[in-house]
Design a protein around this ligand. Sequence first.
Ligand code: NAI
Ligand code: MG
Length: 489
Amino acid sequence: MIDHPFLGNAPKQLFIGGQWRDAASGETFDCINPSDASVLVKVARGGAADIDAAVAVARTAFDSAWRDWKPLDRQSLLLAVLARIEARFDDLARLETLDMGAPIARTSTFRRWIRQTFQYYAAQALSTRGDVMSNSVPGDFMSYSLKVPLGVVGAIIPWNGPLITQLWSICPVLATGCTLVLKPAEEAPLSALMMAEILQEAGVPDGVVNVVPGPGATAGAALAAHTGIDKITFTGSTATGRKIIEASASNIKRVSVELGGKSPDIVFDDVDLEAAARGAAMACFNNTGQICYAGTRLFVQRGIYDRFVEAVAEVGRSLRVGHSLDPDTQVGPLASRAQLDKVESYFDVARADGARIVSGGERLQGALGTGFFVTPTVIANAHNDMRIAREEIFGPVVTAIPFDDESEVVKLANDTVYGLGGGVWSRDVGRVHRVARDLRCGMTWANCYGVTDPGVTFTGAKQSGYGNKGGPWHLDEYLLNKTVWLNLA
Ligand code: NAI
Ligand code: MG
């Protein structure tokens, strides 16, 4: 039994209207530690009836004094939440590590990220403003825009980084005066439940943030289709994102979707080979490859292809794969058995399609054999039409594809249904800017990969979805931009 102050023996309950309660059905599910497949704790299995209850209290909270809180009071609340998170951060990071398997060395770095996020949204809380719009209507009319909180928001998040992902809805809700029903994934609901406790301790009014873990097909689908929800924000697979968009038609709710990816990472032959190889390796292996913008299609200019692929493979071999609580672990397990099965199946797909596995390509045996571990994997002899280059694997698997020149590689890189991230490595400044402009994706990184900051927009293109997270326009998605006409005569 793991010793953690939040876990205990009793099942974790749903958090609705400031109260902990069982699911209406009385059902629970097992929350699994992917490092050894042990059961961490049982969690109440929310369903449609629980979503109904949560939406109802979120509506009541939205219609309360909460909506009219002053900007300075919202700012103070965000900073109070931050202070409570900082006081309990070590437990929060450990819980996330136990629940979804990210190494403790990784989740510990979230301290800085979380602080900056709350500081940023605390500042944003003060900066909501409309505009006076000039008009040419005969007479004497004034017209202006007025931003008011949008209403009740539903957030459905995945399991690959819930501690971070949940903040993309919690912070804007607190900054604007919306209310929230958050449905974490069954694979990793614990950090969201502990966050609910922290929010309450920090003084977030009851009903403003509600957390209902449960299956996607029942709880998630009920939330997406609910007519009491004004906006749904979804992060997850493209297939499920499509269902969310369809379900939103029930009441024409606003939607933002951040979906899958098969992001290109392009390496030209003028790079510092070692630095670029390390960057390209971590662009994919970070978080065991379970990152939506992971650089999984590695395009390498032909002259350095063999050397570069070997250098990336060497980085992969050098990474320490291990139990997520081990402070020396660099690559933890995959988050679930289903994800392990899926990633393993792609090793066979790669071989069957004639690609060559240069390094990795195995499930870990021995002491770690009960967990969901695979080794960082580099695949060569590949081309852009192979399944391993087209489908989101969501594991530490990078597919290396050779190219000859810039215009060819931009075409190849864009030949995908996805458009989330993209990387370019080169010392040629003109080329870097051309490629950054021409890649059809939401974010491009040049001579780095995966850098993010709460003040900088995170967004996608094509079937990787739409909407912003972070940056100067995020709060607009939680605000209704009304127009007011005034007859001054
Ligand atoms: P998923 O997209 O189905 O799950 C994400 C969230 O959506 C979870 O909270 C789930 O409960 C919920 N959900 C599932 N079906 C739903 C429905 N019909 N209506 C409303 N909510 C629903 O992803 P899943 O099944 O966990 O993973 C499968 C694959 O999806 C992964 O192997 C990976 O390729 C991809 N994925 C991509 C992510 C990304 O950030 N790009 C994140 C998670 C998964
Ligand atoms: Mg788990």
